[in-house]
Design a protein around this ligand. Structure first.
Ligand code: OAD
Length: 234
């Protein structure tokens, strides 16, 4: 029997997709960057100046994450795998897409539940739920000091090339809950082929190029609407 080739759906998500799970966004009123000095807690220079502060910042993020559950928007993206070959490119460091059942998730800015050796950056380990706190004294299984597996400002984004390739192959693009303020992630949209339908769900959308369909609602409501749009027609 001939293999059925599903259309490729590429999704770019930002903090807004996890907002209804209780995870704080960065740039909204009351967001993380209003309460923490971004260049101290999220940059390479900040990590060199005060690594303990950054360990603490990400310890707090993990504590928030383990209490959170995927929401209906995460679940709807997983459900779309019935009809589409879905890849989620996420700027988020949480694991809510995976926990909702999405099979293909590419993290652009790292992953909260992982740590990386300071001496051998290719050595990445998963944290276990009973041990989510890291400090200057934390060692990986090889005895090396570790850092959060997070892409800091001033560092390269290793997954940007595979992400751009995925965008070029997309038959449909969906963008959810991002202020499109951080490059190179925000530039990915320009890799979509001309004529490919692009949908953008965000209750406070930023200006986007003509031709993009904007759904100016929260992620869960936007995904409810989008499922109806993307459902294959009989
Ligand atoms: P931002 O905090 O910049 O933007 C969050 C977006 O989510 C805004 O456009 C909000 O309007 C939208 N939003 C809020 N509630 C929503 C909801 N319920 N449903 C849908 N959208 C909602 O977050 P990002 O664009 O993800 O990087 O930020 C990009 C990067 O900046 C992050 O990955 C992080 C940060 O610095 C690093 O730390 C490396």
């Amino acid at each position: 029997m001939a293999e059925v080739k599903l259309p490729k759906l590429v999704v770019l998500t930002g903090a807004g997709v996890s907002a209804e799970s209780g995870i704080k966004t960065y740039r909204d009123a009351g967001g993380l960057w209003e309460n923490y000095p971004v260049m101290e807690v999220a940059s390479a220079a900040g990590f060199n100046r005060n690594p303990a502060l950054i360990h603490d910042f990400y310890n707090a993020r993990r504590a928030e994450l383990v209490k959170a559950q995927p929401n209906d928007a995460h679940r709807a993206l997983a459900e779309l795998e019935k009809w589409y070959d879905v890849t989620v490119i996420t700027q988020n460091v949480d694991n809510l897409h995976e926990r909702a059942g999405s099979s293909n998730v590419l993290h652009l800015h790292g992953e909260l539940m992982k740590i990386r050796s300071m001496k051998h950056p290719e050595r990445v380990c998963e944290l276990t739920p009973d041990n989510l706190t890291t400090s200057l004294d934390t060692r990986d299984p090889y005895g090396d000091p570790v850092r959060p597996h997070i892409v800091f400002f001033q560092e390269a984004v290793p997954n940007i090339e595979p992400a751009a390739k995925l965008m070029e192959q997309a038959d449909v693009v969906v963008i959810i809950g991002t202020s499109m303020a951080v490059y190179p992630a925000a530039g990915l949209i320009h890799y979509a082929r001309r004529g490919v339908p692009v949908y953008y769900i965000d209750p406070r959308p930023v200006p986007v190029p003509d031709g993009i369909t904007v759904l100016p609602v929260k992620a869960t409501e936007g995904m409810r609407q989008l499922i109806e749009i993307l459902r294959p027609k009989p």
